[in-house]
Design a protein around this ligand. Structure first.
Ligand code: ATP
Length: 219
């Protein structure tokens, strides 16, 4: 579904990605780990069209995405949960959930979102600004599920969440996988990653490297 070959990107003169090769198949959950500054967020931003690639190729469902703007990538089925969650502060929880376009038959109806995340149902009329960090993470994930994205790009969805919520997110990822969608998960929580993922990539200084994940992360 996603084929990335030789992807390069930079910030000014500083090279951030040095030729990344990576793939995610249908119904596959793949994690991307690496130390702070390794380039994980930059890679996701290139995939979603918010950071310009300087070389290489990103192919999604057989189509080269070079030059395709972010909103068209979203329509094609790339769903992104950013590390800052990207909640619209001036909108209520429900307005945040109603905003995204539906891109496939996998899209979750609002009722299913509220059944799965009762905390969001309780706070449906609350402005985005008043949510706790954990609630914002749930809302960001719920928002991408609402679209029915074919490939979910999740930037540390478990960060700062209580174990019970992390387990719930794991269950949701497995559900998404069962529908044939793919998931690329930036994740430093190796226990969580091991329970949900089919394969792992390790990114170091802008390159995919072989190696022991725990050792690399200093765990
Ligand atoms: P973290 O886990 O800390 O989010 P990361 O693996 O996601 O790290 P990136 O945020 O992609 O790493 O950063 C990759 C490299 O690009 C780092 O050297 C970082 O300093 C640099 N970088 C990131 N954002 C910018 C920016 N806006 N301007 C300049 N350099 C940047």
């Amino acid at each position: 579904m996603l084929e990335v070959t030789g992807l390069t990107a930079r910030y000014g003169q500083a090279q951030a990605l040095h030729g990344v090769d990576l793939r995610v198949g249908e119904g596959e959950v793949v994690t991307l780990a690496g130390r702070n500054g390794a380039g994980k967020t930059t890679l996701l931003r290139c995939l979603i069209g918010l950071h310009r690639q300087t070389g290489g190729r990103v192919e999604f469902r057989g189509r080269d995405l070079d030059g395709v703007p972010a909103h068209r990538r979203a329509r094609a089925g790339l769903g992104w949960v950013p590390d800052d969650r990207g909640i619209y502060a001036g909108l209520t929880v429900e307005e945040n959930l109603l905003l995204p376009p539906v891109v496939s038959e996998r899209a979750w109806p609002l009722e299913r979102v509220y059944e799965t995340f009762p905390a969001l149902a309780e706070r449906r009329r609350a402005p985005g600004t008043t949510l706790s960090g954990g609630e914002q993470q749930m809302l960001a994930l719920a928002r991408v599920l609402r679209t029915g994205a074919r490939l979910l790009l999740l930037d540390e969805p478990s960060e700062g969440l209580a174990p019970v919520i992390v387990a719930r997110i794991g269950a949701i990822i497995r559900e998404v996988k069962a529908t044939g969608a793919g998931v690329l998960l930036v994740e430093q929580n190796v226990t969580f990653a091991a329970t949900v993922a089919d394969r792992h990539y390790l990114l170091s200084q802008g390159r995919i490297v072989e190696g022991d994940l725990l050792e690399h992360l200093g765990l």
